[in-house]
Design a binder for this molecule. Structure first.
Ligand code: NHR
Length: 208
């Protein structure tokens, strides 16, 4: 959230209307307040069902936007699975960043699972949110090497640096109309220079 804020998208492009958290202790709330962005806390524990929690979320969004609709909802560290009804309501205008190279390691504890699996490349994925958890159409990914001495924390930190790099780009592309969810459910790009280089880890010395 802070990385997106610090990317300083022009106000004409993206006005961060509100920061909403289910966790009253979330650091992003204080950061948002320091930038005079309206905040709201909707503690999921206070609701008996996901539906009741989400009704309160919808209410806060409507309240903050004065009954206008958000152009984009950006999940960042949001750890509650959302129901199909909520996701469908914001279809094509809700994105998430997940700390793995999806479709590998959806769900929780991705860094631990990547280490256990012995993958040499790990990373993060920005995707549109669909009812299936961590399975929505992929917008952008960044890969990092898994190093011999990595533990969960060192690997998580390397991935997090890339999350902070790619999420602001993805938000900007969306706001500029350069990426969208097409009617057939595929991500559509326009006016993006797509690179065709290859990533390889470990790096090959072609002479050896
Ligand atoms: N909801 C839908 N419908 N689709 C997605 O793609 C979603 C989503 C809600 C959150 C973020 C995701 C992640 O990037 C996200 C994507 C939490 C869980 C989870 O199992 C799964 C995926 C993600 C976030 N949450 C447990 C639950 O019962 C609670 C776990 C906890 O509190 O620690 O909701 O990682």
């Amino acid at each position: 959230m802070e990385a997106i804020l610090n990317a300083r998208l022009p106000a004409t492009l993206a006005n961060m209307a509100a920061v909403i958290s289910n966790d009253p202790a979330a650091k992003g709330l204080a950061t948002a307040q320091a930038h005079a962005i309206p905040t709201a806390v909707v503690p999921h524990n206070a609701f008996a069902t996901r539906e009741a929690f989400e009704a309160a979320l919808n209410g806060e969004i409507a309240e903050i936007l004065r009954y206008k609709e958000p152009d984009l909802i950006v999940l960042a560290g949001f750890m509650r699975v959302l129901t199909e009804a909520f996701v469908t309501r914001y279809s094509g205008r809700m994105i998430n960043i997940h700390p793995s190279l999806l479709p590998a390691f959806p769900g929780l504890h991705t860094h631990r699972r990547a280490l256990q699996a012995g993958v040499r490349l790990h990373g993060c994925t920005v995707h549109f949110v669909t009812p299936g958890v961590d399975s929505g159409p992929i917008i952008a990914q960044a890969a990092v090497p898994v190093l011999a001495n990595d533990d969960e924390d060192t690997l998580a930190a390397r991935v997090l640096a890339q999350e902070h790099r790619i999420y602001p780009h993805a938000v900007r592309w969306f706001c500029e109309g350069r990426v969208k969810l097409g009617s057939q459910g595929a991500v559509e790009y326009s006016n993006l220079a797509l690179a065709h280089g290859a990533l390889l880890s470990p790096t090959l010395d072609e002479k050896s």
